[in-house]
Every structure is written in structure tokens, then in C-alpha cells.
Design a protein around this ligand. Structure first.
Ligand code: ARG
Length: 403
């Protein structure tokens, strides 16, 4: 193997990546450039700069990716109503390809031969980072310290930190933190007591939503505007993608919307239990389904629903930059041409319910469906033949089977 001269590290400034920074500098004896993405994780990013500086990093990149994240990754995914295993809104999965894209971009700019990340050998995130790097630039090598070093547990990690005088962050209660991943779409929490799925998650794991029991007794009514499948306004006010999701996170969080306690199947092969909070995303999923319900043709809607699990699994497994995901995306995007209009929802004690929807492109016809007399020609006798022919084979089967 050729010697590595320069590495770009995906760096959060947290415990794991602080240790990785030190380890890379010692192990490879080369320059390490740090890249910290602002995805709206709600953490201050300047401490990350200070820590990197203290570790002797010369080239420190901190980039605000919030708009790109929501516009080019979250919204395209929401057009599909994507849910993994029926429930997970893919908040961590969808952030990884974006981080990888920028890691590769910086690596090319500074002429680095490798990128590094802090994902462990047991998780999905390593796969997502590395498949994305493979797809974008196969000449760039990937270093995954968690798979290379001799540290095998969080305990050993803490010992290494102590030995190298690296600051160990603790949670508000002075305990070692959970494994948390946060961005504008969600907060995910794993590890510690949550590793036993038979244990009820303690209240303090929740970060951005109130317990629905403690949510306001008065419901809140909100209206979301859509254009070609993407949300563009809240309560009549046009906002940018990141501002829109930020706003809905605040509203949803206050009403306890979007909590999920899930045992999921990781791509790498094991089951894991996590707590997810996706307030804005949960509102947007309900709203998007609401606007689609009046603007999409039945067959188009059903086809979307058929491919959705496949599309969600591709994102979960890290195949964002693969042709099959892009092909499905083209199909989904094509379906959204008339998905425009307004949806009104009620937020109340953990729920986000659609209570009305309207669109200039609506396919809904009150005149057609009405129980009252209607101007539209609909011959009730046609329904008789429709049922008779659909029932033809069922009558044949019943006759043969002697029912
Ligand atoms: N299990 C979720 C997923 O695979 C969340 C992973 C969160 N990552 C983390 N570093 N805690 O998408």
C-alpha cells in the first residue's frame, strides 16, 4: 500500500472523533484536515474548531449544509413517503451521503488521498459513508479507525482519552452519553439502557419532543403549502427548506409529535433498538400524503406505495448514489408534477392529523362522488356490469370448489 499523505476526517468534535483525530495523526504521521458539517444538529460548532486547533489541525472546515441537506436529500426522500420497516423516517441514513459528498469534495480540493470517519464496525453508518465514497470517487481511500485500532469498547475508548488528555464530554446528568446522532430531520439515541428492548426508555433520552402526556391541552392548527411535491410554506408564509423544517420541528416538538421507539434490522445483520424523534418530518409525511390523496391518480399512488419499501431500503442500506435509487427517484419525481396545494393539520398530544386539503390540481370531484343528485353523468347500471364481470372468476371458482 502506498503511504497516505493527507486525510480528511469527518469530525464532530465529540469524544469518538476527537480520539480518532489524535489516532490518525499518530498512526499515519500525516496532515489531517477536519470537516464538520452543520446539519442543524443544534450543537455549537465553534467548540469543534477550538478543539481541532488545539490538536494542531491547520485546515479546519466547518460548512453550513442545512439548506442543501433539506432541499436535495430530505425533500426528495419525502416525495416518496419513505419509511424503513414501516416506521423509521431515515434521519441518519439520509445525512450520510451528503457528508460523504462533501468529504470527497474537500479531499479533491486539498489533494488528500484518504477520508476517515468515526462510524463503528457494527453499524449502518460505515456502510453508507463508504458506499457513497466508492460511488463518487473510487480513487479515494477510506480509513475507518473503529475497524483498525485495538480499542474494542467504549470503556477502552475512555481510557485512551484519559491517557491522551482528551476531554470526555458527559450528559446533563454527568453520565457517559448515549450514542446520539442529530440533524434537522431527527435525533436518534442508541446504547446503554436502550440496548435492552425489554426496558422502557427513560424520559431523559428525549431531546426535542415533550411527552405527549405533557403536551398542551389546546390543539394547534397549521397549514402547509406544497408545490410539485415539496413543502414551500407554513401558515401562508413562504420559507426556505431548512427554515420550514426548523419551524415544524418547533411546532411538532411542543406537541409531542414524532416519537418512535423502534427495534430495527441493521444492514450489517443484527437487530438494534433506538429512540427516534422526528417532529417536523412526521408532520411533513402526514401532510404530503394528504396533498397526494387529492392530486395523485389511483394507479400512480399505488405504484408509488409499492416501490416505497424498496426505495427506503436502498437509502437505509447506503445506496443513495446507486443507479437503482436514482431510477426510482426519477419515477417518484415524475409523479409529483401536480402535487401542489395546501394541507391543514391539527397537532395534538403526539398526533399530527390532516383535517383538510385543497389543490388547484385536485382530481377530487364532489359532483362525482356525491350521495345527492349530480350533474355529472354516472350511470348506476354500469356498476352492475362492472361487478358482474369482476365476479365472473369468483363464481366459477366457488362452483368448482363446491362452496
Ligand atoms: N440506527 C439508525 C440508522 O441506522 C441510527 C444510527 C445513528 N447513528 C449513530 N451514530 N448513533 O439509521
Amino acid at each position: 500500500m502506498t503511504k497516505i499523505e493527507k486525510i480528511v476526517l469527518s469530525y464532530s468534535g465529540g469524544l469518538d472523533t476527537s480520539i480518532i483525530l489524535k489516532w490518525l495523526q499518530e498512526t499515519y504521521g500525516c496532515e489531517v484536515v477536519t470537516f464538520t458539517a452543520d446539519l442543524g444538529q443544534g450543537e455549537e460548532l465553534e467548540p469543534a474548531r477550538a478543539k481541532a486547533e488545539m490538536s494542531g489541525v491547520k485546515d479546519i472546515r466547518i460548512v453550513d449544509l442545512r439548506e442543501e441537506f433539506v432541499r436535495d436529500f430530505v425533500f426528495p426522500m419525502l416525495r416518496a413517503n419513505a419509511l424503513y420497516e414501516g416506521q423509521y423516517l431515515l434521519g441518519s441514513s439520509i445525512a450520510r451521503p451528503l457528508i460523504a459528498k462533501h468529504l470527497v469534495g474537500i479531499a479533491r480540493e486539498v489533494d488528500a488521498d484518504a477520508v476517515a470517519h468515526g462510524a463503528t464496525g457494527k453499524g449502518n453508518d460505515q456502510i453508507r459513508f463508504e458506499l457513497a465514497v466508492n460511488a463518487l470517487d473510487p480513487s479515494i481511500r477510506v480509513i475507518a479507525p473503529w475497524r483498525q485500532w485495538t480499542i474494542r469498547s467504549r470503556m477502552q475508548l475512555l481510557e485512551y482519552a484519559e491517557k491522551h488528555r482528551i476531554l470526555v464530554p458527559s450528559d446533563k446528568r454527568g453520565e457517559a452519553p448515549f450514542s446520539i446522532d442529530a440533524n434537522l430531520l431527527h435525533t436518534s439515541t442508541e446504547g446503554k439502557i436502550l440496548e435492552n428492548p425489554a426496558e422502557v426508555a427513560p424520559d431523559h433520552v428525549y431531546q426535542r419532543t415533550v411527552d405527549p402526556i405533557d403536551a398542551p391541552d389546546a390543539p394547534e392548527i397549521i397549514t402547509i403549502g406544497f408545490e410539485r411535491g415539496d413543502p414551500i410554506s407554513v401558515n401562508g408564509k413562504a420559507v426556505t427548506p431548512a427554515a420550514l423544517l426548523t419551524k415544524l420541528n418547533g411546532l411538532g416538538g411542543r406537541h409531542g409529535v414524532g416519537r418512535l421507539d423502534l427495534v430495527e434490522n441493521r444492514f450489517i445483520g443484527m437487530k438494534s433498538r433506538g429512540i427516534y424523534e422526528t417532529p417536523g418530518g412526521t408532520i411533513l409525511l402526514a401532510a404530503h400524503r394528504g396533498i397526494e390523496s387529492i392530486t395523485l391518480d389511483r394507479a400512480a399512488a399505488h405504484l408509488k406505495d409499492e416501490i416505497m419499501p424498496r426505495y427506503a431500503e436502498l437509502i437505509y442500506n447506503g445506496f443513495w448514489f446507486a443507479p437503482e435509487r436514482e431510477m426510482l427517484q426519477a419515477l417518484i419525481d415524475h409523479s409529483q408534477a401536480f402535487v401542489s396545494g395546501e394541507v391543514t393539520l391539527r397537532l395534538y398530544k403526539g398526533s399530527a392529523s390532516v383535517i383538510s386539503r385543497a389543490s388547484p390540481c385536485s382530481l377530487y370531484s364532489a359532483d362525482l362522488v356525491t350521495f345527492e343528485e349530480s350533474a355529472i353523468a354516472f350511470d348506476h347500471h354500469d356498476a352492475e356490469g362492472f361487478i358482474r364481470l369482476n365476479g365472473l372468476r369468483l363464481r366459477s371458482l366457488a362452483a368448482r370448489n363446491g362452496r
